[in-house]
Design a protein around this ligand. Sequence first.
Ligand code: NAD
Length: 347
Amino acid sequence: MKKVAVIGYGGQGAWHCTQVLKSDVVSLKGVYDIKENRREAAKANGIFVYENNEAIFADGDVDIVVVATPNDVHEELVVNALKSGKNVICEKPVALSVESFDRMVQAAEKAGKVLSVHQNRRWDVDFLGVKKVISSGEIGDVIRIESRIHGSRGIPSDWRCEKEHGGGMILDWGVHLIDQMLQLITDKVTKVYCMNTHITNSQVDDGFRLELGFESGKTALVEVGTYNFLPLPRFYMQCKDGSLCLEDWQKKAHVAKLTAWIEKDVTPVQNAAGITKTMAPRDNLTLDEYYTEIPKSDVHDFYRNFVLASDGKAEQLIKNSEVRRVLRVMTACFESDEKGAVLKVDI
Ligand code: NAD
């Protein structure tokens, strides 16, 4: 069992501790947090607390350091951990800029250690359900994917509200949804258009709408909202031979597969204050509707892969080149919002 020390015992640091305590490949050595109340909370949970971060770096027994602090201090902690000879798992978003991430990767290469980013939302079953439908080809090639999460509580009232700590929803949730989207549509990103919202916070974005254009002509929408009292579905996808709608995180995907494209005219239907042929619903002779099974997923696969990768026995599941692409898209989001323009990119 590889030994893990966690830096930052807040919400996510505590989550890592819980997972590590249940793991079949890693065990928990201890934690450190700059806040006394968080150190006390760790002790109360029976977890060993280090004197400071340097004591973690100096502990020859620690194989892996998990960095789970606010975003603005990731780089310093990650680089110091790598320099001290540890393999490092860093929380998302790994960095506030591409340049900062490049410095971390260089530090890992120099130290001959593994740096991986905890993009745990790759294990979300809603995302995996959509991915499975795409890879099965059952409704043909993707035309457009829309991925949304809608909350209604604004930004949590912590460092996420503040720009200097790397707050805002592009960095918080955008990083997950953009990462997922680039796994679903793997072509080159050629267009980025992003509009941020500031309904509850003027300093950082409390939501955003991102349109992505891909070299193949496919398009995607990534949307995060924190002021939506009625949420829109988590995923909506148009493909050449059908559509998919996935209402919520734990739900099955609803698929409508086109079985026949009838060319002949339909009888107009009466709806609302008029008639329409264009919007006349399809009959069930030309559509096959069904719900897919929810895929199986185990977040411990992240740690299992990390341990194998740090022993040189497997490729990292979360590749640093993928993380870098996501950071480039996020950088383009801020630029597009500021300029109010569609950016032509090569990402
Ligand atoms: P949090 O505020 O709950 O906890 C952060 C903790 O880090 C605080 O207790 C703080 O005192 C401590 N800290 C700050 N600077 C430190 C330092 N130099 N050394 C030691 N401790 C330090 O925040 P959180 O919600 O746990 O978020 C932490 C990180 O985890 C962020 O990067 C966030 O984006 C990420 N996160 C990831 C997920 C996910 O699903 N992957 C979920 C939530 C948060």
